[in-house]
Write a protein that binds this ligand. Sequence first.
Ligand code: GDP
Length: 307
Amino acid sequence: MIVALAGGTGGSKMVHGIALAHGQRDLVAIVNTGDDGDLFGLLVCPDLDINLYCLAGVVAERGWGYADDTFRCLEGLATYGRDAWFGLGDRDLATHIHRTLMIQGGARLSEVVDDLRVHLGVEARVLPMSDDPVRTIIATATGERRFQEYLVRDGAREEITSIRAEGLADAAPAPGVLEAIAAADLIVIAPSSPIVSIGTILGVPGVRDAVAARRDRVVGVSPIVGGAAVEGPAEKFLRGAGYTECSARQMAEIYADVCSTFVIHESDEAEAAGIEALGVRPVLTDILMPDRAARERLARVVIGAVG
Ligand code: GDP
């Protein structure tokens, strides 16, 4: 069984690649929920949904949301003066409405995700990191805001002064999370944000220790190539968490206690010695995943990286 720890955009590409290379039957994705939010009274879980939509083969070309979706409802809400900065498509809204109704009916988030998974025809298991609400809060010089407000509404423009995950200290791993980590033949840390995606998952009490206990079976993949994020404002999150260096080596250092092998881009060969010095084995390959073929190819390297 392969277990992947994943956030949204970078995470879902890796999870999709593993599904292509290995199949979905023995795949478990443990997904960050710190990006979740409440919009128009609906529980929206961007990282869970992007992974589900990718695995179901219904993700839109742009990498998030449902394929061929329309945005008529959002346009209508804007007409009434409502905030329309978060791209909720009409088909996508069905997911959020269904999820919210199930939660209101007493279901746990993990039960909801499993229901969505079954109805979308996804064979892999997709687990939220926790059933308990965790909300990443970003502080800047102008105050605190929720993760999606900082990233999507405000375009991640301001420097971050601190990051906290509300509810994390009291969150319990969702049913199946610790069991999957303990039973995995291979654990993949996807190239997601080490701070606001993987950092949050590992911050659920018990999870970091459980992964560290399997360190020799854990492979990480760098989200940083050539000293910069492949996409998105990862550097701002790193600085906000107190890191001055943005490099593949820095990623390996953050994960040194939980992963024995770290996959970096072949152009970052100069960083390999620094990673080895951390007691982590570097593997060099092309780690960019622009399309299905690249995702599958990288997944094969990742799967082959631990004997
Ligand atoms: P979020 O939850 O949507 O913020 O997404 P994640 O945390 O899962 O992923 C964000 C990270 O993915 C960014 O730091 C990117 O550098 C990284 N990323 C995106 N696409 C790729 C890719 O093709 N290859 C690699 N190695 N990293 C990627």
